[in-house]
Design a protein around this ligand. Sequence first.
Ligand code: GCU
Length: 671
Amino acid sequence: GIQANVPGVHPAWLPPDAFRAAGTRRVLVLADDSEVAGTVRAEVADACERHGGAVVAPGAAGDLVLALSTAGDLPPAVQASRGQEPGPEGFVLGRRDGVTVVLADHPAGLLYGWFEVVRRGAAAFGEDWPAEVHRPALRRRMLDHWDNIDVHPVMGQVERGYSGGSIFWRDGVPHEDLTRVRAYGRLLAATGVNAVAINNVNVHATEARLLTDRLAEVAAIAAELRPYGIRVHLSVNFASPIALGGLDSADPLDEGVRAWWARTTERVYETIPDFGGYVVKADSEGQPGPFAYGRSHADGANMLADALAPHGGVVHWRAFVYDHRQDWRDRSTDRARAAHDHFAPLDGLFRDNAILQVKYGPMDFQPREPISPVIAAMPATRLAVELQVTQEYTGQQRHVCYLGPMWSEVLGFRFWGPGERTVAEVAARGGLVAVSNVGDDPYWTGHPLAQANLYAFGRLAWAPDLDPAAILDEWIGLTFPGGDDLVRGTLHEIMDGSWATYERYTAPLGVGFMVRPGHHYGPDVDGYEYTPWGTYHFADRDGVGVDRTRATGTGYTGQYPAPWSEVYESRSECPDELLLFFHHVPYQHVLQSGTTVIQHIYDTHFAGAEEAAGMRLAWEKLAGSVDPALYARVRERLDEQVRCAEEWRDQVNTYFLRKSGVPDAHGRRIY
Ligand code: GCU
């Protein structure tokens, strides 16, 4: 059966009311006996039972028909939608003669079509409209959990998790009751997500064993997600042949090592026939990898790809490889260059089932980064772009920061200029991946409004062209179905510009970091300045920013194709929001906006903190209009956001006043 709502857990964007329009119809399902088709039947039955509709038998007239093209005896309304080839996950949706029709070639398409009907609500049953084809733009739409089985003394159970413990494990074993996992799968399916990697990319000793003697736990989780069309992936440790197999090497070209992976992978598929594949963080931040054996990352990835290929699996090999033991005194090493330096020369050497997973920016999930040049540099490689739904650097689910607009910009970016391919198009054969923000918190995401990020991720992975503001409204409509104009308007007002607000009160003009080392929350302007991590801003009494030009800097701008290689190289053409990422400039440098850098810093920090205060005021208008517990949770977090934004404002402004000696043109208080 379906796991509609888990007692004590917020229903997120699938509250019973969201099914009212579909659940009051007469619904005909023409499908096969697959597990996913069974889910569609159960979904329909549940919605109809709740809202007074009816499941009708073949031959009867329905106002909603969900049909597989392979099912026999399709009614005339469905026949009219044929011939459009929706593909393995897509569907055709139309309304003709007062019948809404979803037609799919495969059960997953039927499931996605059902949720599209739910999303549209009453609008799915209005006037007729011609059949439209819906297909996902990106092949794999995947969430990576950074969950551990054990609780780490500093990181907690979920690395960079801000929503309590793991939904998969507790006290060293899987949750006794996994219905929550099924409910999670249902929420994800409603957004179009089709893959979940269940454990941390930093694979510690206990979690490494999920691949072997703890595989039953992976199978149990897979069984909960399978009915919703989601395949399970596993992060594996590159040194597993040593740690788990008792070999003395993990050399990817060693026959014994290759045989170990082949055998181990075979056993995984015996247990989980639709297993998705592996995720690997190698030679990165202390994780083992092929460099130890003088082998390349293509050698490493291909070894695992070969083990997975006979079973239809893929390896997601992460490109997040850089030197985290840099010397800040050495200005010639540039962390931003690392992924391109390592991987671009390997283009064309990866197997077809090896997917290179590239963070959207060259550094690390900052609120603003240029798009990683690796994405443009590897036309012969399947690439997946990695985002962070968990808000490590964007307020840690204590701050409201709706990331839809950022991701939309990333996905729509055109490396080769106007009219050329977008990032989403480049990644179409690979996928879109994001680090999940979900934990065992009753609201799933700690901050109730952070649910919108999870929702927007799935929707953009399916359709990157969607307007993020419209996705936000869609989320608001589903999550607050009884909400009046005040509720809807206020939520929109608070959330839509919240990424821009967050950017204003944190590190200026794309320079990044300035967060407290370790946990990465709150301001510490010089926190990373003299550390080995490669994340510097180089502020001195004259100016600030990192010179990454070819002319005088690290040459990073040369990793971009034209026109961006030229645009970023040029101080006057480089977009303001990235200026300090690419250039070291004097405080009196005049931005394209007409303001000096120093005045921009002051202005944005005063504005950002004020906007945060405005969000809290706006939220107060909703007292009594939304669930009191949810109201209180958001209110408490907004208090913290306002406090923290003021702290950012004052530290950043004071820091730059002291460095530059330039007073605020408006004479505002700087400490
Ligand atoms: C960031 C994050 C780490 C994480 C790493 C990764 O650096 O702080 O916790 O392991 O990204 O993506 O691998």
